[in-house]
Design a protein around this ligand. Structure first.
Ligand code: ATP
Length: 475
């Protein structure tokens, strides 16, 4: 929960993982985010919500390429967490839940941030964030980031981050429901349903991807902190006493996933253990990515939280629902409330990390080439298909190749307009890893050129080999 997150980084974690690579440091200006916002709009990754009405602040829409990229991130997660494992089951719980869930979870009482308002310009901020950013001990030392006034603040007020609404026609307090601020609670209340129907034995996990909503006081930084976002959460139920080992295992697995499956630069990834713990946790830490700019602590921002939630949640739900939430181990003849290790990743923040990690500018033949070096397995479009010229049967042949790839489930983009160099550049910027060009030689001997986005090298292969060539490299 945000209110309980420690702002500062541990020196040890920083020393062992560096402070971001040189290339990233060079981009560490607020510049990168501005460039990403502009590229994202230009290429159809992300648009501001309700733009024609002047935009809805801190809400974003994913365009044609963005929706594909985010789906690929989510599918990679689902594959690693659910399909590749016998001991994790999937779930899709509803956003709206019984209001008592949020009393039991502690969200009604504790899901708060300390809000302060500048008495001069009336802008509102999170006091804890300002204190850590300005290395101050008390609010009378704080300077307003908006108007520069120092030490003129309202008393901090605990502001609940849950969005409230009403069920049914009467806007009555008895009918209050909340938009869930995390997906985890849907998993806890279904713990026995899943365990019994899937005949799972502890240790086992339940995974879910879904929307969550938080009325953040200071949202911003593009899709890093928004009011509505998607989480990819997995709750792993273990026997008390084995939780320490499982926490370590999941911490390592999740870091490896961001590095190896998502392809984030290892120098821009680190694990940051929490010093202060949330009321439900006995150990916790974040997987952080170096975004640069004003995100998080000197550019390092959380993309996933790993928590040992003990038996807090299940015990609270037992207490509030009056239903037993115990695991019965017939072999050992014991019953107990399991401990839970949680891995909670943001689909939007991970997608943003993929974009920030991939963005680069290179000088090529006196021009700047903008490239999104997204891993081929995640790239929205896998290949461009280009006829060199719009005649001599080349468009038809290129069209056939494009169609054949699409039918085989390889997202492809056909483009015949403009000089070939410009067509390559457009796809470089869109993150498309390969480009197939049909030219005069194709018409003579059935070979095409295949160009790699990252190296710009070209190889000649038979048209019949194209699908296999791409499949081998897309992964
Ligand atoms: P922060 O301290 O940045 O507010 P948190 O510690 O509150 O994050 P968790 O409650 O652990 O975050 O949520 C798990 C994940 O959900 C985060 O690692 C992040 O990727 C994502 N997430 C949380 N809040 C937001 C938000 N407002 N916008 C986008 N993603 C979010």
């Amino acid at each position: 929960m945000p209110a309980l997150k420690t702002p500062d980084l541990q020196g040890a974690a920083r020393a062992s993982h560096g402070t971001g690579p040189d290339a990233a440091q060079a981009m560490a200006d607020t510049d990168l985010m501005e460039k990403l916002v502009s590229l994202a709009k230009r290429r159809g990754y992300v648009f501001q919500s309700s733009e024609i009405y002047g935009g809805a602040a801190s809400v974003w829409d994913y365009g044609p390429l963005g929706v594909e990229l985010k789906r690929n991130v989510k599918e990679a997660w689902w594959k690693s967490m659910v399909h590749e494992r016998d001991d994790i089951e999937g779930l899709d719980a509803a956003i709206l839940m019984h209001p008592k869930v949020w009393e039991a979870s502690g969200h009604v009482a504790n899901f708060t941030d300390p809000l302060v308002e500048c008495l001069n310009c009336h802008r509102r901020f999170r006091e804890d964030t300002l204190l850590s950013e300005q290395a101050a001990a008390a609010s009378d030392q704080l300077q307003c980031p908006s108007c520069g006034t120092r030490g003129k603040w309202t008393e901090p007020r605990q502001f609940n981050l849950m969005f409230k609404t009403y069920k049914g026609p009467a806007e009555d307090s008895a009918e209050i429901v909340y938009l869930r601020p995390e997906t985890a609670q849907g998993i806890y209340v279904n713990f026995l349903n899943v365990q019994q129907s899937a005949r799972q034995k502890v240790p086992f996990g339940i995974a879910q991807i879904g929307k969550a909503f938080r009325n953040e006081i200071t949202p911003g930084n593009f899709t890093f902190r928004t009011l509505e976002f998607e989480q990819m959460e997995m709750q792993f139920f273990v026997k008390p006493g084995t939780d320490g080992e499982w926490f370590e295992q999941w911490r390592e697995r999740r870091l490896a996933w961001h590095r190896e499956v998502i392809g984030l630069d290892p120098d821009r990834l680190r694990y940051h253990p929490h010093e202060k713990l949330a009321h439900y946790a006995s150990a916790a830490g974040d997987v952080e990515f170096f975004f640069g700019g004003s995100i998080g602590d000197e550019g390092w921002g959380e993309i996933e939280g790993i928590h040992n939630r003990t038996d807090f949640d299940l015990k609270r739900h037992q207490e509030y629902s009056g239903k037993r939430l115990e695991y019965i181990d017939p072999a050992a003849g014991e019953r107990y409330v399991p401990y839970i290790i949680e891995t909670s990743a943001g689909a939007d923040r991970t997608t943003l990390a993929v974009l920030a990690n991939a963005y680069r500018e290179e000088a090529v033949e006196g021009e700047t080439r903008v490239v999104l070096g997204i891993k081929p397995s995640l790239a929205p479009i896998k290949t461009g298909v280009f006829p060199l010229v719009k005649k001599d049967g080349m468009p038809e042949r290129a069209g056939q190749i494009h169609e054949a790839l699409r039918v085989r489930g390889i997202p492809s983009f056909y483009d015949e307009s403009g000089a070939i160099g410009r067509r390559y550049r457009r796809q470089d910027e869109a993150g498309t890893p390969f480009g197939i060009t049909v030219d005069g030689e194709t018409m003579e001997n059935g070979t095409v050129t295949i160009r790699e986005r990252d190296t710009m090298t070209q190889a000649r292969i038979s048209q019949d080999e194209v699908e296999r060539y791409l499949q081998e490299r897309i992964g």
